[in-house]
Design a protein around this ligand. Structure first.
Ligand code: PEP
Ligand code: MN
Length: 338
């Protein structure tokens, strides 16, 4: 249920409603809107009639049910889009198109610092680099783990870009949080509910990737796991889904962007690298993502893709990335973004 407060509701009136919600056994989530506050009361669906009685309290405008299974992620509860602030320097979900770029994996100090310089020079806002790698084969490079996190943080310090890296195991949440500005949940962990719950208790922004067989509704339910624990900073990422098509690594589901924009207030970015699996398809799909309404992109870039430990075939060479960033400007302007 959503309790919509009157525009002029007093702070004490809101506090009273929060107390009543808790007394009825529900968890209140306050969402401060531009004009008014709304309170999401989340809990057992069966007892929701009891919440309806809150409508008589002073300061309450109305009590309305949220019919979708995801509540806090729903646009019903928060009509204006969420803007996630990264390290106080970059905002995702505002008018600006945010570009996250860097190698699939952190491989060495030299490689990650060089990558950071390359992507910053071309205009990227955030550096990516995996330290814990979820590989299909146990014989493939698994990442430098803690050493990789330290090198990524070093690159951040040296080049001055916020960083995002993947978290795989719930036991590593505090470690990864210490070295990163955004924690990424990869496609393979989108329904690792223990991990999502743990991340929900943190205050670091979370980049949640869609799973390869995850429906839009399941994707939003995964976001709900994080939001329901209290972490409001969730960024969704479409990275391709598995279809019958084999010409590309996955099929980029561009249509999920307007669908998600309609259903949720959370920002949405697109990863055309994992979606297509081949570097030459990355630029056209980046342009298409902006046209479809994405708030940003995540692109794999490597100083020498032929030597990459992982995903070299889909990684852009530095000059190709610089050209993409240049060409992107016209699409960004056409979409009315900056
Ligand atoms: C990645 O970003 O390096 C990655 C492993 O992506 P995904 O989880 O989308 O496969
Ligand atoms: Mn990768």
């Amino acid at each position: 249920m959503i309790i919509v407060m009157k525009a002029k509701a007093k702070k004490e009136e809101l506090e009273e409603v929060v107390k009543k919600i808790e007394k009825l056994g529900y968890k209140p989530h306050i969402i401060q809107g531009v004009e008014r506050s709304v309170i999401g009361a989340v809990g057992d669906e069966r007892g929701k009639a009891k919440l309806q009685s809150l409508e008589v309290l002073p300061g309450v405008d109305k009590v309305v049910p949220i019919l979708k299974p995801y509540k806090l992620a729903s646009r019903d509860i928060k009509p204006e889009g969420t803007v996630v602030s990264i390290d106080g320097r970059v905002e995702i979900g505002g008018n600006k198109i945010v570009v996250i770029a860097g190698p699939c994996s952190v491989e060495s100090e030299e490689q990650i610092i060089e990558s950071a310089h390359i992507v910053k020079k071309a205009g990227a806002d955030i550096l990516r680099g995996g330290a814990f790698k979820p590989r299909t084969s146990p014989y493939s490079f698994q990442g430098l783990e803690k050493k990789g996190l330290i090198l990524l943080a070093k690159a951040k310090e040296k080049v001055g870009l916020p960083v995002v890296t993947e978290i795989i195991n719930p036991k590593d949440v505090d470690l990864v949080a210490e070295y990163s500005d955004i924690m990424q949940v990869g496609a393979r962990n989108v329904q690792n509910f223990a991990l999502l719950k743990k991340l929900g208790k943190h205050n670091k922004p979370i980049l949640l990737k869609r799973g390869m067989s995850t429906t839009v509704e399941e994707f939003l339910m995964s976001a709900e796991y994080i939001l329901s624990e209290g972490n409001k900073d969730v960024i969704l990422c479409e990275r391709g889904i598995r279809t019958f098509e084999t010409a590309t690594r996955n099929t980029l589901d561009l249509s999920c962007i307007p669908v998600l924009k309609e259903r949720t207030h959370l920002p949405i970015i697109v990863d055309p690298s994992h979606a297509t699996g081949f570097w030459s398809y990355v630029a056209p799909m980046s342009y298409a993502a902006i046209a479809a309404g994405a708030d940003g992109l995540m692109i794999e870039v490597h100083p020498n893709p032929e030597d990459a430990e992982s995903d070299g075939i889909q990684s852009l060479k530095p000059h190709k990335f610089a050209a993409l960033m240049e060409n992107l400007k016209a699409y960004i302007a056409a979409a009315g973004r900056v």
